[in-house]
Design a protein around this ligand. Sequence first.
Ligand SMILES: *Cc1c(COP(=O)(O)O)cnc(C)c1O
Length: 378
Amino acid sequence: MANKRIYLSSPHMGKAEEVFVKEAFDTNWISPLGANVDNFEKELTHYVGATDAAALVSGTAAIHLALKLLGTKAGDIVFCTSLTFAASCNPIMYENGIPIFIDSEPGSWNMSPKALEDAFKYCEKEGKLPKVVIVVHLYGQSADMDRIKEICNKYNTPIIEDAAESLGATYKGVQTGTMGKYGIYSFNGNKIITTSGGGMIVSNNSKGIEKAKFWAAQSREDYPYYYHEELGYNYRMSNVVAGIGRGQLRVLDERIAKKKEMFETYKEAFKDINEIEMMPICEYGNSNYWLSCITLKDESKIKPTDIMEVLAKNNIEARHIWNPMHKQPYYEKFKFFSHIEEGSVSEDIFKRGLCLPSDTKNTDKDMKRIISLIKELF
Ligand SMILES: *Cc1c(COP(=O)(O)O)cnc(C)c1O
């Protein structure tokens, strides 16, 4: 019998999820309406410190509605972090916008304020500023929001925070997702908490969130018969799924603590291996440590794929860092602003980086197994 499978990051249920789901069954609110949806929204806004939220089918849907709320139309430019998952920028294309990708800074792996400023200057010269800036908080760590906001404010450009990976992380004491005009979270199966699939848009603009709920429910006007003045979407979260979310929210802090502990365990284990560097952790906030990531130094003979292969042979899942959007065949025709003169920081992190198993169900024994397999390589 092969060793048990160790996942990168898989669902980890607490005790209350089933209770809330059962409540949905008992009351027959098996629909995109009901107490769980309302309460999940209330409880999440309470946790992050926003006033309003709409629970949706996915984080991608949340980004899409946030772009629409900020008036993104065909031909509008939208800036977006390049080192991210495609879901961050796909909604720009849903609205026929024009993405411009921004490189990372090495200190946080997140959007480089320098590259952002260069992109603004370019657009200013071209006479067409971006409509929106989408800032991603990668792998659970906040971007340097003060510096990014200062630049965006100078150009009067609103920010959408893609906090899909960073629920519970803070920047100078403030929760990620609450610093821009709109913030979004994801509850996909691999995220720090999951509803099997789902997302949330949050804001302090209650009118905006009300509109998001309206669009997400097919834009049905308040008439005695079906009446539509606008295009609508079927984006509302179901009351069953929201029950899972309410339960998961109760174990979020526990999950963050475990993720941090795993990161520290890797850090301690690799401290004497010169070739391995942990993802940098910034002083300005608390990461949620969604995934423990490393980079291998240029001179390392062992490459990320070597580690992945050894782990895969032992039934352990690891993954490459996101492949930057400006390197994707679908997106490479769009402009990109680098943090450096030659090449880019995001490509470098992609080439040298690796996400290690960061499943909160990992035992100490699992961690020892992973670590010794990696250490044997060096
Ligand atoms: C997971 C993820 C999303 C998309 O969330 P879904 O709920 O899967 O649609 C968006 N952005 C980032 C950075 C993500 O990691």
